[in-house]
Design a protein around this ligand. Structure first.
Ligand code: IMP
Ligand code: MG
Length: 183
């Protein structure tokens, strides 16, 4: 079935494109400073992290490599996290002795990121940090050490700028709140 026009699904724009870009530029300045003399490898969590990764990369001046990982959570609906995560696409790069920075779209309960960090630590990177665009802080169930954070957002389901609604609308340049209930 043809997906709806996003206007039919959007309750409100939560973070406009200009705000996203301005904040990403600030994060890039911090990362540039912190990784000046390091061997930076950005690991993007597919698919939601893609927009954030590419905009961040364009702002970074520090030399860096990139790689990708994809995950699926066991059980549970598409909009919740079961706490159990499975790797569906693994890295191509060896991370041993590299300075790894994980690039994620959103941290909600924290289960996904906590599992990813446990998994990556077994490969002995020199350092391992997390950079998330969005942080639904009030939903956290397990602690995640977030080194770089774009925005703390309220507990509402969001889409756009990498985040999908049933795989569509990742291309929107802003983060929007999903309209709830029948319209
Ligand atoms: P966690 O394991 O509960 O932290 O869930 C993190 C994952 O849930 C993210 O990587 C997203 O894929 C998904 N997620 C959580 N909240 C949202 C949302 O508001 N919109 C879209 N995806 C979300
Ligand atoms: Mg995700």
């Amino acid at each position: 079935m043809k997906p709806a026009d996003y206007h039919d699904l959007l309750a409100e724009v939560l973070i406009p494109a200009e705000e996203l870009q301005a904040r990403i530029a600030e994060l890039a300045v911090e990362i540039d400073r912190d990784y000046r003399d390091r061997d930076l490898l950005l690991i993007c969590i597919l698919r939601g992290g893609v927009m954030f990764l590419t905009d961040l990369m364009r702002r970074l001046t520090v030399p860096h490599a990139i790689d990708f990982m994809a995950l699926a959570s066991y059980g549970a609906g598409a909009r919740t996290s079961s706490g159990q995560v499975r790797i569906t696409l693994d890295l191509v790069t060896s991370i041993a002795d590299r300075d790894v920075l994980i690039i994620e779209d959103i941290i909600d309960s924290g289960h996904t990121m906590a599992s990813v960090m446990d998994f990556l630590r077994t490969r002995q990177p020199r350092s391992l940090e997390v950079c998330t665009l969005l942080d639904k802080a009030e939903r956290r169930e397990v602690h995640v050490p977030i080194r770089y954070r774009g925005f703390v957002i309220p507990n509402r389901f969001v889409f756009g700028y990498g985040l999908d609604l049933d795989e569509y609308y990742r291309n929107l340049p802003f983060v929007g709140v999903v309209r709830s209930g029948p319209d």
